[in-house]
Design a protein around this ligand. Structure first.
Ligand code: C2E
Ligand code: MG
Ligand code: MG
Ligand code: MG
Length: 280
C-alpha cells in the first residue's frame, strides 16, 4: 500500500534509513559523553612468524564498552568518532594504553597500532602522536603504525608527509587492508612503507578459491619485490595456513592462532624467560 501511494515520488527515507539514523545519533551522543579513559580498552592479537612459530608482535585493537550499549565494535565507533571530531582524543587515549601495556613485553616483541584518516591528515595530530610515543619510553623501532589504503588516499600529500615523520622517528609503516582500497601501484611506490597487510577477504577460503589464491600469491610476490614485509590477515583454518606456507608467506594473523585478547592474557604468547638450569 505504501509503495502504491508513493508511486512516482522519491521515497527519501525508508524505515530502515530512519532506524539507522536514530542509531547513529544515539551512538554520537553516547560517544561524545563517554568517559573514554574508563570505557575504552585495548585488546591484542598475535602476529606469528609461521616459519619460526614465534609471536613477533601484537596488533592493538580498540574495544568500547559502553554502559548503555555494551560492547561496540571499532568498525562502528571509529567512523562515528571521526564524524563528531573525537578521533584525536580517542587515538591518544588508545595509543597511551597500548604503549603502557607493550612496554612490559620482552624487547623483541613489537606493537602494531591503527591510525585513522584524521590522525594523519593533521600535522598537529601527528605531532601529538609523536609526543605520546616519545614519552612512553617504548623504542619507536618496536612500533608499527597501520594506515588503511583508504585513509592514505584521502589526502595523499599529507599522508606521505606523516609517514615520513613517523619513519624518521624509527616506526615501521604498514598499509592495512591492502587490496580493498583504490591506491595505484605508483602511489604505493611513492610512499615510504615498510609493510603491507593483505586483507582477510582474500585469505578466507583461498585453498578452494582459485581467484583468492592468485591474488594472495601476486601480493606476496609484489611485497617481496618491493622489499616490504607482508602480514596475511584473517587466517582461520589449517587448510589456509598450509597453502600460505607453500606460497612462502611468513607473517600471519588470525583466529587460527588467536582472536584478540585482553592485555592480561597475552603471557601465553610471549617467549618464556630462560629457566634457570637445574643440575643433572
Ligand atoms: P583491522 O586493522 O584490519 O584489524 C583486523 C580486524 O580483523 C580486527 O577486527 C580483528 O579482530 C579481525 N580479525 C582478526 N583475525 C580474524 C579472523 O581470523 N577472522 C575474522 N573474521 N576476523 C579477524 P576488529 O577488532 O573488530 O577491528 C575492526 C577494524 O577497526 C580494524 O580493522 C581497524 O581498521 C579498526 N580499528 C580497530 N582498533 C582501532 C584503533 O585503535 N584505532 C583505529 N583508528 N582503528 C581501529
Ligand atoms: Mg589493522
Ligand atoms: Mg586489516
Ligand atoms: Mg580490516
Amino acid at each position: 500500500k505504501g509503495k502504491e501511494s508513493n508511486r512516482g515520488h522519491a521515497l527519501l527515507f525508508s524505515k530502515e534509513h530512519v532506524a539507522a539514523i536514530e542509531q547513529n545519533q544515539q551512538l554520537e551522543q553516547l560517544l561524545s559523553k563517554a568517559d573514554l579513559d574508563a570505557e575504552l580498552t585495548v585488546f591484542f592479537q598475535p602476529i606469528v612468524n609461521i616459519q619460526s612459530g614465534r609471536t613477533v608482535s601484537f596488533e592493538a585493537l580498540a574495544r568500547w564498552n559502553s554502559p548503555v550499549l555494551g560492547n561496540v565494535s571499532p568498525a562502528v565507533f571509529i567512523p562515528v568518532a571521526e564524524r563528531i571530531g573525537l578521533i584525536s582524543e580517542l587515538t591518544c587515549t588508545l595509543l597511551r594504553k597500548a604503549l603502557a601495556t607493550a612496554i612490559t613485553w620482552p624487547e623483541e616483541v613489537g606493537l602494531s597500532f591503527n591510525l585513522s584518516t584524521h590522525d594523519i591528515s593533521s600535522s598537529d595530530d601527528v605531532a601529538t602522536i609523536v609526543g605520546i610515543i616519545l614519552s612512553s619510553g617504548m623504542d619507536p623501532r618496536r612500533l608499527d603504525l597501520e594506515i588503511t589504503e583508504t585513509a592514505m588516499m584521502y589526502d595523499f600529500a599529507q599522508a606521505k608527509a606523516a609517514i615520513e615523520i613517523f619513519k624518521i622517528l624509527g616506526c615501521g609503516m604498514a598499509l592495512d587492508d591492502f587490496g580493498t582500497g583504490y591506491s595505484s601501484l605508483s602511489q604505493l611506490h611513492a610512499l615510504p612503507l615498510t609493510k603491507i597487510k593483505i586483507d582477510r577477504s582474500f585469505v578466507s577460503g583461498l585453498h578452494k578459491n582459485p581467484a583468492s589464491y592468485k591474488i594472495v600469491k601476486s601480493l606476496l610476490a609484489l611485497s617481496s619485490d618491493m622489499d616490504l614485509d607482508c602480514v596475511i590477515e584473517g587466517v582461520e583454518t589449517s587448510e589456509e595456513l598450509e597453502v600460505l606456507k607453500k606460497l612462502g608467506g611468513i607473517l600471519v594473523q588470525g583466529y587460527y592462532y588467536s582472536a584478540p585478547v585482553a592485555g592480561s592474557e597475552i603471557g601465553r604468547f610471549l617467549p618464556r624467560p630462560e629457566l634457570g638450569r637445574k643440575a643433572g
